[in-house]
Design a protein. Sequence first.
Lengths: 257, 257
Amino acid sequence: MDRSTGLILTAVPGIPLVRTGDDIVALILSALAAQNETLCSGDVLVIAQKIVSKSEGRMVSLKDVEAGERAIELARSTGKDPRLIQLVLTESKEVLRAVDQLIIVVHRLGFVLANAGIDVSNVGPEGSDGQVLLLPENPDRTAQNYRASILSETGANVGVIINDSVGRAWRIGTVSLAIGAAGVKALEDHRGKVDLFGLPLKASEEGVADELASAASLVQGQAGEGLPVVLIRGFKGPSEVQSAATLVRPVQQDLFR
Amino acid sequence: MDRSTGLILTAVPGIPLVRTGDDIVALILSALAAQNETLCSGDVLVIAQKIVSKSEGRMVSLKDVEAGERAIELARSTGKDPRLIQLVLTESKEVLRAVDQLIIVVHRLGFVLANAGIDVSNVGPEGSDGQVLLLPENPDRTAQNYRASILSETGANVGVIINDSVGRAWRIGTVSLAIGAAGVKALEDHRGKVDLFGLPLKASEEGVADELASAASLVQGQAGEGLPVVLIRGFKGPSEVQSAATLVRPVQQDLFR
């Protein structure tokens, strides 16, 4: 099995504050160049959802949002801003739980997320005035675009993951997951492999793209670090193109909705 | 914030097959010495649950297990071996779901796990004859013991995490989590920190011990690699002693049981 025995994760310094329309790949390549660093085939770039969303202009002013009837109702039961709830509903397929200060939904992309992944921190100085940030329109497609653009600019065949910190059902604390991926196999299938004793492995599939996303989060930080991009070297794992959508458990297999 | 901007993960080569009674710390130190490597304060060692369980003699022969009434009943509805189900029940506090080929329980340590985390691969050549491996008796205590023993043997103040691959509610693919931890803050509390714009962070707590466990899994592999120990360098994150039990969401906060 072609597995890495060593990994190096480095936060890329010098990524500026991102605004709508900014070219994320250009920002990354120029930040790397300033470090005399170039991308190599096999490298994996993990990019925080926040800068992707900002570049895509996914910022919304709550003052521009009109809450509908259902949002007003859910705002009452959760104690949240009805306009935020309206955005949550617009971004979602289904509300799973709504309790005090917490609304958990199935995002339109299939992810189960509190607040539909809408972000109110690190959004900008207007944050306090009700600027919020939605998830990227289609993070798998964005990851594919970044990957293609890096290939054409540098010749390097890299993996790209867009990550975001999410809460979990039975564990305290968020961990980062892959909400978009390209050039990295999202799932590694261990079925059919043999164990150390030659017996068939029962353990099924490993969410390697999520594990890469979590690893990157350890150097990205979540507070004021401003280190949204992480370069992972040495991941000799699977490299087939597979999207992060692969990691979403289909409803009919979901026992915990 | 004192966050790492770079991390190096290395699988420690040369860990032999582990048997009951083996001294895991001695095996690790001698494998590191063979690489001319010494542990430094701040290093984090991530150790696969499997070798910890083996050293603790947590192997059970199914032929020595007598299934009770409830196990026989659940074996019928899941299609699993009643003796395995008996062990699952003995290791658990509560059965959450039991469907075809799948039983999900709250492990006595609080973790929500398929099969109570009982392992049937990489257990030994007898695996096919019904040898299975339970989780360690008390992985937090074991991690503390390892950490204390490393400190006394080498003088290095390291973090220790015992990790295991587990399934998730809404995502396909397992990821590795910390089932035991010592010398590493399991949760990093971002509340009260400010974001890039000086606004208070709303994102609450990050499960850093789980993210370290997932990162390590990328180099451990799950099949025949025999690389159960990973050395993580450069994690300048939180270092207060905190147990992995901190990461278990209390029942009263759990909306998805």
